[in-house]
Design a protein around this ligand. Structure first.
Ligand SMILES: NC(=O)c1ccc[n+]([C@@H]2O[C@H](COP(=O)([O-])OP(=O)(O)OC[C@H]3O[C@@H](n4cnc5c(N)ncnc54)[C@H](O)[C@@H]3O)[C@@H](O)[C@H]2O)c1
Length: 336
């Protein structure tokens, strides 16, 4: 346990790093020490703005005085190698999702962190959005009984910023199941409280046949208890808003849902309709994620999501990509 602010270094200061930087600006428990990027001018620009050190290499950042923990915001392909490098330097790690691009890679990073007694958290940021937390609160209250079916659709068009982006290259991103699919499948596993044992996926190249990833993707999950989930993500829609999402969780004695039109989280219960919690994916999502990471690194709270669920998200993504390639249902290991 420590009451000193956790010193943070950020690797990779592209798009998502901005959300982490914003969270760091207001945190009292963590302090930005340094950033690095292979494009060193990018790191320097950010460092000038944020008042921290800038480096052009990961090794320099890891050697910088005061860096206790690292937030890794680099493309998916780099996660496994950089994860090991950060842990070998004795730093706690908040790795952006997905943990790695293969089940074996995810397990090797998870085991490395456990062996070294370091905190490893994966940025499944949707767990920290107001809507996701409100749905979880409804489930935890017992108001809908045992959750049996999840449908989560996120069709807001936030899948990639441009045609040259690495996200569109499956060799760099792992494919859409790894890149954005993990957000949805992790929510389903979290709300249902168990890990999937079967995966069936289908996809379309909705925007262009030239795409190498499926921009429209549906992942169906089966769970050992008999519960199931449908996760749908699309760039093919004309989005009605960046936060466009439809979520329904059906339980044995009630239903909770969140519609895209920002009515908030609604629960249909025995005694009628109830509105639950605030709405939307606010900047506070990353504030909550950072708080959670710092609390875990300082020994004040458990890691969220548990590492086993972050590894499971990779198992599901790999199974989903296999299902897309073969057209078959893919079975995955039993719950950890
Ligand atoms: N949690 C979320 O909601 C969310 C949203 C978007 C992206 N992400 C994840 O964040 C990560 C980054 O995505 P992005 O959209 O910010 O990408 P990006 O391309 O905008 O930024 C990546 C940055 O990393 C730098 N970089 C690449 N390799 C590096 C290396 N070896 N060492 C140092 N710097 C390196 C690049 O120069 C670039 O500045 C990905 O893993 C992605 O899946 C998460």
């Amino acid at each position: 346990m420590s009451d000193q602010p956790l010193g943070i270094g950020i690797i990779g200061v592209g798009g998502i790093a901005d959300s982490h930087l914003a969270a760091l600006r207001t945190s009292t428990d963590a302090r930005l020490i340094a950033v690095c990027d292979v494009v060193v001018e990018r790191a320097q620009r950010v460092a000038e703005r944020e008042g921290c050190a800038a480096y052009g290499s990961v090794a320099e950042l890891l050697a910088a005085p005061g860096v206790d923990a690292v937030i890794c915001c680099t493309p998916n392909l780099t996660h496994e190698e950089l994860g090991h490098q950060v842990l070998a330097a004795g730093k706690h790690l908040l790795m952006e999702k997905p943990l790695a691009m293969s089940p074996a890679g995810a397990r090797s990073v998870a085991e490395d962190a456990a062996d070294r007694g370091l905190t490893l958290m994966v940025g499944h940021s949707h767990r920290f959005s107001a809507q996701s937390l409100a749905i979880r609160e409804v489930i935890d209250s017992g108001a809908i009984g045992t959750p049996r079916f999840v449908r989560v659709a996120m069709n807001g068009g936030w899948i990639w910023p441009g045609w040259q982006h690495w996200v569109l290259n499956p060799e760099l991103s792992g494919g859409h199941s790894f890149h954005n699919g993990v957000h949805l499948t992790d929510l389903a596993a979290w709300w249902l409280g168990e890990q999937a044992d079967s995966v069936f996926a289908s996809g379309q190249h909705a925007t262009s046949e030239a795409l190498q990833i499926f921009d429209y993707l549906v992942i169906g999950l089966g769970f050992p208890s008999g519960a199931s989930a449908i996760c749908e993500i699309s760039r093919g829609d004309n989005p009605r808003g960046a936060a466009y999402a439809e979520i329904t969780v059906v339980g044995t004695s009630g239903v909770v849902s969140r519609d895209w039109d920002a009515e908030g989280v609604l629960a249909w219960l025995d005694h009628g309709l109830a509105q639950w919690g605030p709405d939307g994916i606010a900047p506070a999502t990353f504030d909550r994620e950072l708080d959670s990471f710092v609390a875990a690194a300082q020994g004040r709270a458990a890691v969220e999501p548990p590492v086993a669920f972050a590894v499971h998200a990779v198992d599901v993504a790999a199974a989903s990509e296999e299902s897309l390639a073969t057209g078959e249902t893919v079975r995955i290991g039993a719950a950890a």
